[in-house]
Design a protein around this ligand. Sequence first.
Ligand code: SUG
Length: 444
Amino acid sequence: MATHEVNFDGLIAPTHNYAGLSPGNVASASNAGLISSPKQAALQGLLKMKTLMGLGLKQGVLPPQQRPDLNMLRALGFAGDDAKLLQSAHDADPTLLAACWSASSMWAANAATVSPSADTADHRVHMTPANLVSNFHRSWEHESTTPALRMIFADDSRFMIHNALPSQQRFADEGAANHIRFCSKHAEPGVELFVYGVDRDDPASGARTFPSRQTRAACEALARNHLLDPARVVFARQHPDAIDAGVFHNDVISTGNEDVFLFHEQAFATSRSLMTDLAAPLGKSLTLIEAHDSDFSLEDAVTSYLFNSQLVTLPDSSMALIAPFESKNNPRVHAFIEKAVARTDNPLNRVEYLDVKESMRNGGGPACLRLRVVLTDDELRNTHQAVMLTDSLYNKLVSWVEKNYPDHIAPDQLRDPVLARGCVDALDELTRILELPKLYPFQR
Ligand code: SUG
């Protein structure tokens, strides 16, 4: 049976803005307060999805969440009509107001961790929505992600959508951004790599300047929940220097596809033993594309976001890198890519540079915007079809964005009740396009 790696991209919400909400995310901090362009952001995201579809890959769409979330403001003790609510939250703490507007669910790599049916003991696809406890503005995404995934992957004989892990720092979980699955071919059993920043038994091993957002305890719980064979699971610690340089998720410093591993030498605390641990269950070595400090620095990795490219298998079995433009603009990183593509000892032979600048300014590159779900033909047929991208769905979504999205949002506009209303109203129409009735709290 044919098996596909399907990319489900988070559709960028009309509330996309720059609020500097994520400590340790260098782009988010340095672009705080800029004027955003939600319309451009969503169109850039949609064009990325269409490009992937054009390469012959299966592409899905995950809907944005209901934002601004005025119920969260009410839960925090603010009261009154919408105008009063927004103004009083702004007066008390503008970062609380911004958190309730955040479009952060666009970064679907943080939506969940996914284990394909080839890896799980009950042969179902297992997904655990990430609790995202490390940042307030993301900490309640899972309350919407869980029902959305249960609507899209509704057949519980084929899919198991778990609840998020307990919302507590001990189980801090950021989803697939810290998880890579290696295999010979997507259809075959893989070895799943879970990457963590800090281990409770060894707290001194964590980063010093910036928060470590994933714990080993969370990784272990995910592997248990997903019924993975312990012999085919590897846990690895991020290098604390990488976190302190702005690598807040592992997908900012390494990525993999099938048996190819693209990484920077400073990604992990123990790189050499890691490669052996990954090779053993697969019965063969991985093809390594390793960037050394002499190629480019950690800082180059963080500003260029090379490792946040999507490494994908094309229908002819060769691989392509879907890279952000920023990695072409850095001469050292660009030279490294050119060399990797020219080499004949790896299957990478094509690179597409894409513009996702609006998301990049908040620290979200091409790979952040998508959740990888390996599905057999049968599982794909039993997935909610109205979220699978076609030319017709692409055109409908582009028209919907053009009609409903603000051109710009400046920080001061987050107090505007008319803008708030417009952003939520737009979602009503989206649920008709994606055939997901009652997806949003305001529709129930
Ligand atoms: O969690 N940025 C996100 C970026 C997530 C990127 N995802 C992956 N690497 N997989 C974050 O830090 C910034 C929002 C703001 O500052 O307005 C933000 O949430």
